[in-house]
Ligand binder design. Structure first.
Ligand SMILES: Nc1ncnc2c1ncn2[C@@H]1O[C@H](COP(=O)(O)OP(=O)(O)OP(=O)(O)O)[C@@H](O)[C@H]1O
Ligand SMILES: [Mg+2]
Length: 301
């Protein structure tokens, strides 16, 4: 069996009703949720506030029990201690010890997983570098900014070299450079054949890193499937041409229309705002910065 044929997560008809103090039904957080996440996949779980994303993650971790339905994580029940040891989790809000520094924090979590001392040290150093906190390895967490806290939370989620990583809004509070780094980290995890389940409200980020998504609305699965299939506009075709000196949008239009095709739009491609931002911020500060030109060659259709 190929790795990708194995299911890292499988839920069937999952229901979750939160009850109030007197045991009365308060909120139906999930209704008949059935999802499958294959091993090695980057899966995006999307939905508006209160749609049941965090509840789903907590059920997968065995922190919350479903009212009914089946859950398998890495082929086992979420209550299984063996399964938990192979999972990494970044909660929506990390509750880390404010008086420990970055190294001590990772060492503490490494001990919980009974990682031997030398290995713990090696992994902690590697992860601190990986999440871009090398400059703050000795700084107590109470002095961390929001983005730094998110980064150490992410390192903590990876301390046990997990096969399955559950990330609840990993980039919340991060600047665009940090967000780019987290996305690159997720892509690196994919290259290592890890499975990632990612909840995020940042749709462009999800679109970039996830191969499969599911969209929840009030606890109900509205849509799921491969990103490429869900987003493809099947009845139109996009062509990109190299720009030549004498060519104009009009000459391109005429050339294509002469073949009997209807042209809907001709325009210059754009870089994303993220690409622009990251290139400016990461530009070597010693370089003399040149002002960004806003010259926009022929943008009309
Ligand atoms: N411990 C709880 N007790 C009662 N109701 C809860 C509890 N936790 C969550 N809920 C309710 O369950 C529903 C789903 O909440 P959940 O936190 O799973 O949503 P979410 O999709 O993660 O939202 P967000 O995008 O805001 O993080 C909400 O209506 C929420 O109020
Ligand atoms: Mg949530």
């Amino acid at each position: 069996m190929k790795n990708s044929d194995k299911l890292a997560i499988r839920t069937q008809n999952l229901q979750k009703k939160y009850r109030d103090f007197w045991g009365r039904d308060k909120v139906q957080a999930l209704q008949n949720l059935s999802i499958e996440v294959r091993s090695g996949e980057i899966f995006g779980l999307l939905g508006p506030n209160g749609s049941g994303k965090t509840t789903t993650i907590k059920i997968l971790l065995g922190l919350v029990f479903p009212t009914s339905g089946q859950v398998h994580v890495l082929g086992q029940s979420p209550r299984s201690v063996q399964a938990k040891a192979r999972i990494g989790y970044l909660p929506e809000e990390s509750y880390l010890y404010r008086f420990l520094n970055a190294e001590e924090t990772l060492d503490f979590y490494g001990r919980l997983f009974r990682i031997p001392r030398r290995e713990r040290r090696r992994r902690a150093a590697e992860l601190i570098d990986m999440v871009g906190l090398a400059h703050a390895r000795k700084q107590p967490l109470r002095e961390f900014s929001k983005g730094m806290s998110r980064r150490i939370g992410l390192a903590q989620a990876l301390i046990n070299d997990p096969e399955l990583i559950l990330l609840d809004e990993p980039t919340s509070g991060m600047d665009p450079v940090g967000t780019r780094e987290v996305k690159d980290l997720i892509l690196r995890l994919r290259d290592q054949n890890k499975t990632v389940l990612l909840c995020s409200h940042l749709l462009a980020d999800v679109e970039e890193v996830c191969n499969e998504i599911a969209i929840l609305k009030t606890g109900i699965l509205e849509v799921s499937g491969p990103v490429d299939e869900l987003l493809a506009v099947r009845d139109e075709i996009e062509i990109r041409l190299r720009r030549t000196e004498n060519q104009t949008n009009e000459s391109v239009r005429q050339a294509i229309e002469s073949t009997g095709h209807e042209v809907l739009e001709i325009k210059h491609p754009r870089v994303s705002l993220e690409e622009l931002f990251v290139s400016i911020v990461e530009k070597n500060t010693s370089e003399k910065s040149e002002p960004i030109s806003s010259e926009n060659p022929e943008s009309k259709s």
